[in-house]
Design a protein around this ligand. Sequence first.
Ligand SMILES: N[C@H](CCC[C@H](N)C(=O)O)C(=O)O
Length: 286
Amino acid sequence: MDTPSPLGDLAGLPFRKMNGLGNDFVIIDLRAHRGVKVTEEAAQYLGDRNGPYGCDQIITIEERAGEPFMGIWNADGSAVGACGNATRCVGQILMDESGEDAVAFMTPSGPISAERVGSNRVVVDMGEPRLKWEDIPLAEETQDTRYVDIKLGPIDKPVLWGPSAVNMGNPHCIFFVEDVEAQALDRFGPMIEHHPMFPERANVSVAQVKSKYEIRLRVWERGAGITQACGTAACAALVAAHRRRLTARKASVVLDGGTLAIEWRESDNHVMMAGPVAFEYDGILE
Ligand SMILES: N[C@H](CCC[C@H](N)C(=O)O)C(=O)O
């Protein structure tokens, strides 16, 4: 008897492979397949770079309450609330379908709006940052989330102590350092991701402030490891840097895979993220 496919009900469905600055996604349109679910096993199989697919996140386009909804899973199979780079890709798919240059859709952490700002370039309103300790969430009451008191054993010296915490629909811990290249992020990223201070784990960034208008950022993503880019981390780092008066409200965030333009708007407290989207290929899940 054939062993059942880890894809479950997803087997046979078309998918689109896209990326945002190299942060890559398997995107599956489930709007015509109500009731089909992404299981943890299917997400892990699709995220596995030693398997036939491989990606940082698995993304669905669904319809809920008559409007588009974007589902998000990390490569480790965990379902999460936000994914900035994928939001630009989903926005582009929906705008290409409608022929419009703007679109709104829902995500697990709230509504998102996207606008085309040139060919293969999209700006997304990522909403308001959550800055209270209980909204990150942190395990201990912390009056000032600009400086989280994480007690750690020996760790790489260049790390400037007291990381900031910001939630952009997902939890972020940002260490400000003198040299991002000098950090063994592959070693202390997982330590912080799984640190007891973060009951829902955390995405972990090292940020080097190059000027009031530029941040160099590297990211260990919760559930995916080091990625080429992380849109919500870029938003979180800009918010954290401005809160510590290290940058203006608008800056370029330079990730391994390229640059995002981030603005924490004073007028409505929303964080705007502009960047490229890239189509890779279409395929069938089998
Ligand atoms: N790893 C993240 C989800 C993907 C975020 C990232 N790919 C982005 O572009 O924001 C988390 O567990 O919250």
